[in-house]
Design a protein around this ligand. Structure first.
Ligand SMILES: [Zn+2]
Length: 429
């Protein structure tokens, strides 16, 4: 995943254009995603697919002809979606088009102007202070023309048509954590899950932020009805602890599973309440869809100084953090895959577990009695209304302990499955 990020890092992505296509093409080597193009001007709910932006070069040259701002050194130097410019101007005329961060004078900020026609350059504040008065040659060799918005999709059929959605944005240029970490994890999750047999079907969406998710939802309104659980992946490569932002529903199964998994990590994890601000969970959780889609991140966006700056670079993300984020996603899916509701076939008083080889023969021994407690809880609460996750939460035991107990009890005939989780009344309506 880290080397994929290294490869994708130099590409200048935006909400449309060849940077996105190049990125999706590269992902095809990880997993054979399907690429979709939606033409500029298409109506997608209240939005319109914008003109396609492409950029070849951009610079500001001083009077000696030296590139004092150079897109070839960092694609963050160009205000993303800048209209083309070729002009000579004085520094005071240029200055309104220059963006810096005076409080982080060595970093280049990342700025965009998607929906308002503008042009500009981003540079370190120290570089700005070094610009002498005089005339500058300004060039942004970009194009903003009728074309397409590009997104990628990968579908893995499971035993049921109920789906788990994994969605990540693909529109940021050279930023490693915000964007590339999500792309790397989502593509490798897809490659992994394509090789296992799954109860759920999995749908992976790689789309530009906001407009891409809106476009996908507008083209897939009926497919979206099959999404039972979902995760937006963003910012998963930094060294901070994991955080999970609840869906708009707040207590959907994925919200509870993610909280359960994160708590087991025993770090300073954060469980954040839903808010209509952030990444594409905003679209999936809009009231007309209200999908059970939460967001998994490490340090939440906007709360670390490197966010949307040149300091969100290859040194800001690590293989270790990516690996932990990846396995956390798999742990969440694994619980969703195995959660089920059972009925105790011997509900009148406790069954004799010892006779069935299910209980320690010696009474009064000290030590870990987790498996016995898990069995007692599972038997007691399996009245057809509690799922294994419900039992784990109420017993304050790990899901795996409850699951293993349920497997053993089922093998002894003491438990039988009832209708699947999503069919239970009052759950996930
Ligand atoms: Zn961002």
């Amino acid at each position: 995943m880290y080397s994929l990020i290294e490869e994708l890092y130099p590409i200048c992505r935006s909400i449309t254009g060849n940077g996105v296509r190049e990125t999706l093409d590269r992902l095809k080597r990880v997993v054979p995603i399907e690429i979709h193009e939606v033409s500029s001007g298409s109506k997608v709910f209240d939005w319109t697919v914008p003109l396609e932006w492409n950029i070849r070069d951009a610079y500001v040259k001083n009077s000696q002809g030296e590139r004092v701002i150079d897109f070839r050194k960092s694609n963050l130097h160009v205000l993303n979606y800048s209209v083309p410019v070729r002009e000579k101007m004085r520094l005071d005329e240029l200055k309104p088009h220059l963006f810096t961060m005076p409080d982080r004078p060595d970093w280049i900020p990342y700025r965009t102007s998607y929906y308002k026609k503008n042009w500009g350059f981003c540079l370190s504040h120290n570089a700005l202070l070094g610009l002498a008065d005089g005339e500058y040659e300004v060039c942004i060799d970009s194009s903003l023309e009728s074309g397409n918005l590009t997104y990628g999709e990968f579908f893995i059929p499971g035993e049921t048509t109920d789906q788990i959605l994994v969605s990540t944005h693909i529109c940021h240029p050279s930023l490693a954590n915000d964007n590339l970490s999500g792309i790397a994890i989502a593509s490798h999750l897809a490659a992994h899950l394509a090789k296992t047999s799954n109860k759920y079907s999995y749908r992976f969406v790689f789309a530009p932020g906001t407009i891409g998710a809106i476009t996908w939802l507008s083209k897939n309104e009926s497919a979206a009805k099959r999404i039972k659980h979902g995760l937006v992946l963003a910012g998963l490569g930094d060294s901070g602890p994991l955080s999970y932002k609840r869906s708009r529903r707040g207590d959907s199964e994925i919200d509870r599973v993610a909280a359960h998994v994160l708590r087991l990590l025993g770090e300073k994890v954060q469980i954040l309440e839903f808010s209509p601000y952030g990444y594409d969970e905003r679209q999936y959780c809009s009231p007309g869809f209200n999908l059970a889609v939460g967001r998994l991140s490490r340090t939440p966006h906007g709360t670390f100084p490197e966010y949307h700056t040149s300091a969100d670079n290859l040194g800001f993300v690590s293989s270790q953090a990516l690996g932990e984020s990846f396995s956390t996603c798999l742990s969440i899916f694994s619980i969703l895959e195995r959660d089920a509701t059972f009925l105790n076939t011997n509900p009148k008083c406790e069954p004799q577990l010892g006779e069935r080889g299910l209980y320690r023969m010696m009474g009064g021994t000290s030590g870990d009695n987790t498996s016995e407690m898990a069995m007692l809880w599972t038997l007691n609460l399996s009245d057809g209304t509690y799922s294994l996750l419900d039992i784990a939460e109420r017993a304050q035991l790990k899901f795996d302990a409850i699951y293993n107990a349920a497997v053993a009890l089922q093998q002894s005939g003491l438990l039988k499955p009832v209708a699947s989780e999503s069919d239970r009344p009052g759950q996930g309506a």
